[in-house]
Design a protein around this ligand. Structure first.
Ligand code: COA
Length: 349
């Protein structure tokens, strides 16, 4: 069975930068508290009327461009989000409308910050089966329209940002070059033996579904959402921060080791560690336990906050475009999310 590989990456961050100082005008918080507890310095927010499908569209165009493809080359669209544009249909359908490429399948993945890896596993499986040759996996989030700008929600609000990141997955044809690095970035087009997605490992434990969630609107409430739910603030994210933190560290270490073990790799083989960006302290603890030095560990949370399903593909794209990711490099991705869900993937570039 031929291996699947990443043919191109892309990302898009809305231009509006929101600093911690700006947030402290709307909430009782401070730049010092936010940076010390989470590592976030700033994040991006969309302008009114911009949805996740708009961000996904921009990220997709860039990924297609890197892969040398057109929207009409795509066989399957997978979009992961925890902030869907509407209750239904899925945001992937709104993206498809913007791409102007109709008829191919469009799937929404709802596994929160692990959604990108769930999507990647689906793309990987279809490509290896030979069913599809060009699969889009995009993570896209607009959190800013659903955050509580009041002291009750401040421990959550300060963490999240908006953005999108995409990859195109296709078969690793024998002798095919790695995705091109931008001119002058130091990459090269040397073919790499044995490249591609080496593994994806996924997990979930629904016993913790209510440790991090947005209760409303929902079909469980007559009328989906009423003044009662709104008055109780059930349309805002609710999080047991300490429980999430503890479980995230444990599970991300565990699933990273699972990924390395399955491929006969050690932490010393990891050239790029791209963990989900929920809290810099979580990632520092995970990397330290694994023995991966800080310079190999992505810290884009500082600039973008937690972009949920988009965090990993945004970080990956920035590393690829900077020329940091070279043919033959081992990229380890690992995530933890509401649900709880968690996962890991290893790619040989
Ligand atoms: N600014 C200032 N003070 C704040 C604050 C804010 N934004 N948010 C909370 N506080 C206060 C609390 O009210 C509390 O005050 P008190 O001691 O007077 O009661 C104090 O800071 C500590 O709050 P706590 O929530 O216990 O902080 P923490 O050390 O657990 O850090 C998080 C909070 C959210 C940064 C941390 O729990 C975390 O990162 N959790 C995991 C988040 C995550 O991974 N989420 C996504 C998974 S995909």
């Amino acid at each position: 069975m031929p291996r699947a590989c990443i043919l191109g990456t892309g990302s898009y961050l809305p231009p509006r930068v929101v600093t911690n100082d700006e947030l402290s005008k709307r909430l009782t918080t401070s730049d010092e508290w936010i940076q010390q507890r989470s590592g976030v310095r700033e994040r991006r927010y969309v302008e009114p009327g911009v949805g996740p499908s708009d961000l996904a569209f921009e990220a997709t165009k860039r990924a297609l461009d890197m892969a040398g493809l057109q929207p009409s080359d795509l066989d399957f669209l997978i979009l992961a989000t925890q902030t869907p544009e509407h209750e239904f249909p899925g945001t992937a359908c709104f993206l498809q409308k913007k791409l102007g490429h109709f008829g191919v399948a469009a799937l929404d993945v709802r596994d929160q910050c692990t959604g990108f890896l769930y999507g990647l596993s689906i793309a990987d499986a279809y490509v290896r089966l030979g069913m599809y040759k060009r699969v889009l996996v995009v993570g896209a989030e607009v959190h800013s329209t659903g955050l509580e700008f009041a002291d009750r929600g401040r421990h959550i609000t300060v963490l999240f940002g908006d953005g999108a990141g995409a990859v195109i997955v296709g078969p690793a044809d024998v002798g095919q070059a790695s995705p091109p690095a931008p001119a002058g970035a130091g990459g090269n087009a040397r073919a790499t033996k044995d490249r591609g997605i080496l593994s994806v490992h996924l997990h979930a434990d629904g016993r913790f579904a209510e440790e991090l969630w947005v209760p409303a609107p929902g079909s469980i409430y007559p009328g989906r959402i009423t003044h009662k739910e709104i008055d109780e603030g059930l349309h805002y994210p609710v999080m047991n921060g300490k429980a999430v933190f503890k479980e995230a560290v444990t599970r991300m270490i565990e699933v990273s080791k699972e990924a390395l073990g399955a491929n006969g790799l050690t932490p010393a083989d990891v050239t790029h560690f791209v963990p989900h960006q929920a809290n810099l302290r979580i990632n520092e603890m995970v990397a330290k336990d694994l023995g991966i030095p800080p310079e190999r560990c992505d810290d884009s949370i500082r600039k973008y906050g937690n972009c949920a399903a988009a965090s990993v593909p945004i970080a990956l794209d920035e590393r690829v475009r900077s020329g940091a990711v070279k043919p033959g490099d081992i990229v380890l991705m690992s995530t933890f999310a509401a649900g709880f869900t968690w996962g890991s993937a290893v790619v040989r570039w």
